[in-house]
Design a protein around this ligand. Structure first.
Ligand code: SF4
Ligand code: SF4
Length: 347
């Protein structure tokens, strides 16, 4: 069933982001997400203290997955320079940042990836890296697994199913086999079994539907991966596909876009709102510009809907209480059990 509000949501996102004047946070009823908050008597989103810094090192990737919200792939050329990394490193030291999340594309394909990782480690800053697993078997990356282990990097690795068919369909032919090989190599180094070498897996749906229960799916993953491959991991994180970039294009091509946004809207869960990751995360793009989250970065929606700002111009103590820029795609973070880079937001 397609309701009036779905049709409205459909129009909103077709208008985003470049040809529409930026919406300011004072305009609280301009998106389906704003209206969902208002219906539940919730205030507009505001930032808390910043805990996580997520650095996008560029959009280059060795894969081109169908659901990718980055539109990453082998032909992308945007990559963070070493000079930008140095400015970010200085900012992290100046403001006592304790943990950094590295993402991309495939962050490892940035030529300065290891420089950044080693400098962060020397500065006592803990690293999480979002690794697609197939990168571990790319030419020139033979020692990447042991580099990760040596620097105690927490790994968050995509594996959208424990079956070959689903993984290959979503991520490309041969990806499942290479992912399993990568997980086995990481297990041999102690990943997934050692509290200092954390290996978390990421599930996201293969189509326009919500993820199942994170706890139940984790049990299934644990059993299947151990029984069939002897693979161990720490936690499974379930993520909802947000309707932006490649996934949005796919939905529009198949005529499912409005229905999917409607599904997210119908499953709006107010209990997820206090835990939304944009409250405590700053997302930084390859040029050093800041956003409320990686999704807003990809949608071209700047921090708090303000003009483009660079990380080195941000004073973190001024951020708590500042408005967060929201759009219709935010409904993906609040549907069902919620979704974030750390998985479901409520059990
Ligand atoms: S989803 Fe991850 S692995 Fe797939 S194309 Fe995007 S960045 Fe690369
Ligand atoms: S997409 Fe999600 S994390 Fe980003 S601003 Fe919207 S609700 Fe927050």
């Amino acid at each position: 069933m397609v309701s009036t509000s779905l049709t409205t949501a459909h129009r909103e996102d077709f208008a985003l982001p470049t040809h529409h004047p930026p919406r300011v946070n004072g305009d609280r009823h301009s998106t389906s997400f704003d209206r969902a908050l208002a219906r539940h008597g919730l205030s507009p989103l505001c930032r808390n203290d910043t805990v996580d810094l997520q650095l996008n090192l560029g959009y280059l990737c060795n894969q081109a997955c169908t659901h990718c919200h980055v539109d990453a792939g082998p032909r992308r050329t945007e990559l963070m320079t070493q000079e930008t990394m140095n400015r970010i490193l200085d900012w992290c030291k100046q403001h006592g940042i304790q943990q950094v999340d590295l993402t991309g594309g495939a962050p490892e394909l940035n030529p300065h990836f290891r420089y950044l990782g080693e400098t962060l480690t020397r500065s006592g800053i803990a690293i999480t890296s979002r690794c697609n697993l197939t990168i571990l078997s790319e030419p020139g990356q033979n020692d990447l697994s042991s580099w990760y282990a040596r620097h105690r990097v927490r790994l968050v690795c995509s594996l959208p199913c424990y079956t070959q068919h689903t993984v290959d369909q979503q991520r490309g032919r041969g990806v499942y086999e290479r992912s399993i090989a990568g997980l086995k190599a990481l297990n041999q180094l102690g990943y997934g079994d050692d509290e200092l070498l954390v290996l978390d897996l990421v599930y996201n749906p293969g189509g326009p539907h919500l993820p199942p229960s994170q706890a139940r799916l984790e049990t299934q993953y644990r059993e299947r991966l151990m029984d069939e491959h002897g693979i161990a991991f720490n936690r499974l994180l379930t993520l909802t596909n947000l309707p932006i970039q490649r996934f949005a294009h796919q939905l529009k091509r198949s005529g499912d876009y409005a229905r999917y946004v409607g599904l997210l809207e119908q499953h709006f869960n107010p209990d997820t709102v206090p835990a939304l990751m944009c409250r405590t995360t700053l997302s930084v793009d390859w040029q050093g510009r800041v956003f409320d989250c990686d999704f807003n970065q990809m949608a071209g929606v700047h921090l708090g809907d303000r003009p483009s700002t660079y990380l080195w111009d941000v004073e973190p103590t001024a951020l708590p209480g500042q408005p967060i820029a929201v759009r219709t795609h935010c409904l993906g973070c609040t549907a069902g059990a919620g979704s974030s880079c750390a998985g479901a937001l409520v059990s």
